[in-house]
Ligand binder design. Structure first.
Ligand code: ISL
Length: 599
């Protein structure tokens, strides 16, 4: 079992600030969320059972990527309010005994308006030139100007290098061209970042969620990436900029200079598809780097060709989802690291629609089933706004114009171009592409938060920056808080169950029946507490994606249900005495989950 720490027990709630918190609660009727709007909702977090609030970027930004393109690290973007508004939010969070984690986006800054980049691009001899990654062009045999290497950025398939006409060099951007990468090799850059972190800590921030922190170190010499897509000119940078050995030097320095001094919490967002042993070191306490990491492997279960591409695989298998997740659950503990456990965030579609069924008759039960899964995994729990009321993906009927995310817009444009090039294969309606977007686009997690049944779901009296989901009159916070059998009420119970049975936090995760295509089963065992919990989740998909009943023979897996106590179920129909924990074979309703205390 893992060693104890308050941040392991915490439930973190992510409010998507920029846009996203923009979709959290808007008081100025501006159509996007504001810090004042958020202030009025602080008691809400407490009521649900939250300990930490993570505020996605609210810094000054031209908003090319919803605030992940920052132009001033020490200012609040006027669209969200003032520094005073932020201070009020901070105080209200602290008054309720909760903590505040801020997004730290330091792989890149904004291009147009960040002072550092403005200076850096002003001339080749500017003292800040080397704060970013500038390189001269290469030339083909025919004399054509080419980027310094063949990397493609995370978004889109063009070059990760942008040409600067004025100074006749390219700069590197692993995301949008509006997000130039900082040069972490330069000690002055690091010093400035530590100073900025201290500045926020002095203002009362309790920790940082560090955006793509495992991307900050680039391979020396920036060599070409291997050709994984033979038909494409540019290739994913992959290991040439992910989990480089140098990143650990930088994070050890950050720990020494900032985190350790302030005893704050450090949460690394660490995408990529490498093995667990490459990620665990970030969070192994004796390495003195971060406390926990977000991994992305389980998010690839329904994508074609793995990864986080935008191509949906309708024939995904539950066993794949289980094995991706189990692998991290088990191996992270073995390695002595710690997971940040999320199942939805502002970059992912809604899990009810992906893993279960968003059919109106299944939805509530499925959302409860997912809360049983999410709250019983090992790792610090990260809930994303709207997950607690069972929000779902964009409606099928919505057209392309409702998708606002820059990654989606770029993807659709590139696909359209590709299809037009491939004669005869063009689908004028782009139907399959949109269906793919409905299942994979980041927009799905970004529709405005649904507070109540009033206009625009109580999010804003102005025109919301993104269309409110059509279902808000049925699915909203107010309705669910007033109903003891709602998804919200169920989440609240699960959050307190997780605190009550600490095997759910510190206990070892043991997967069972891993090849079962219908059921997800595991135990959490804490020998110090003599506590073993059994979690059985029926994720069987029947015709048209609806659920199916199924059964599970506990004896086959040496699980003894005699004397077991049923702690939680999302069942519709009361259980018979037998199933309370005496029979060997459990008969599970469609989308039913159960949690037993075995000893
Ligand atoms: O969005 C993704 C696919 O669903 C991820 O690959 C994502 O790009 C990756 O997780 C990094 O995300 C973070 O940094 C990005 C920003 O756009 C995301 O919103 C942020 O969470 C660049 O700052």
């Amino acid at each position: 079992t893992a060693s104890k720490a308050w941040w392991k027990e915490a439930a973190v709630y992510q409010t998507h600030a920029s846009f996203l918190q923009a979709s959290f609660c808007d008081h100025a009727d501006s159509g996007h969320g504001t810090l004042r709007g958020m202030l009025s909702r602080i008691p809400y977090f407490k009521q649900l059972g939250i300990d930490i609030i993570w505020l996605s970027p609210i810094y000054r930004s031209p908003q090319a990527d919803m605030g992940y393109d920052i132009s001033d690290y020490r200012a609040v973007d006027p669209r969200y309010g003032t520094m005073q508004d932020w201070e009020n939010v901070r105080d209200a969070i602290h008054e309720q005994g909760m903590k505040l984690v801020m997004d730290l986006v330091v792989n890149h800054t904004s291009d147009q308006q960040h002072e550092w980049f403005k200076e850096s691009r002003s001339s080749r001899t500017n003292p800040k030139r080397d704060w970013y990654i500038w390189r001269p062009p290469r030339y083909s045999a025919a004399g054509e100007r080419l980027p310094p290497n063949n990397w493609s950025p995370t978004f889109g398939s063009k070059s990760a290098w942008e040409w600067d006409e004025a100074t006749q060099e390219y700069y590197l951007h692993l995301f949008l061209k509006e997000q130039p990468d900082l040069n972490w090799e330069n000690p002055e850059v690091r010093k400035e970042i530590w100073a900025m972190m201290h500045w926020w800590l002095e203002k009362g921030v309790d920790g940082f969620r560090m955006d793509v922190i495992n991307f900050i170190a680039k391979s020396p010499g920036l060599p070409d990436a291997p050709k994984v897509f033979p038909d494409k000119e540019y290739q994913p940078f992959g290991r040439l900029s992910i989990n480089r050995p140098e990143v650990h030097h930088y994070l050890k320095e950050m720990h020494r200079e900032v985190l350790q001094v302030a005893l704050t919490s450090g949460v690394g967002e660490t995408p990529g598809d490498g093995p667990v042993f490459e990620y665990a070191p970030y969070s192994i306490p004796s390495n003195k780097e971060l406390q926990m990491v977000f991994h992305f492997h389980h998010q690839s279960f329904d994508r074609k060709g793995g990864g986080l591409g935008r191509t949906w695989n309708p024939d995904w298998k539950l066993v794949d989802f289980k094995s991706l997740l189990n692998n991290w659950q088990v191996k992270m503990e073995e390695a002595g690291g710690w997971n940040s456990n999320y199942i939805e965030n502002h970059d992912q579609p809604r899990i009810v629609s992906r893993l279960t069924s968003d059919h109106p008759l299944d939805r509530a039960k499925c959302a409860k089933l997912i809360s049983m899964l999410h709250t019983t995994l090992t790792g610090t729990l990260f809930i994303f706004q709207g997950e607690e009321i069972g929000m779902v993906n964009l409606p099928r009927e919505w057209g392309e114009e409702e998708y606002k995310d820059v990654e989606t817009v770029q993807h659709i444009a590139e696909e359209r171009e590709n299809r037009q090039r491939t004669a005869g294969e063009e689908d004028p309606n782009m139907i399959d592409l949109l269906e793919g977007m409905r299942m994979t686009a980041r927009d799905n997690g970004r529709t405005p938060m649904q507070w109540d049944a009033t206009e625009n779901a109580g999010f804003s009296k102005g025109t919301p920056w993104m269309r409110v989901h059509d279902d808000y009159q049925e699915w909203n916070v107010a309705k669910q808080m007033a109903d003891g059998s709602s998804v919200w009420a169920f989440w609240k119970k699960m959050l307190s169950l997780r605190k009550e049975y600490q095997a759910l936090i510190y206990g070892t995760f043991h997967p069972l029946d891993e090849s079962n295509e219908n059921i997800y089963v595991y135990t959490r065992h804490d020998p110090c507490l003599s506590q073993t919990l059994l979690i059985v989740l029926n994720l069987a998909r029947g015709p048209q994606g609806r659920g199916e009943p199924t059964s599970w023979d506990s004896k086959k897996w040496n699980v003894d249900l005699r004397g077991a106590r049923l702690l939680m179920t999302n069942r519709d129909v009361a259980l018979g005495a037998q199933d309370q924990g005496n029979g060997d074979v459990m008969e599970l309703e469609p989308w039913e989950g159960r949690i037993y205390l075995l000893s």
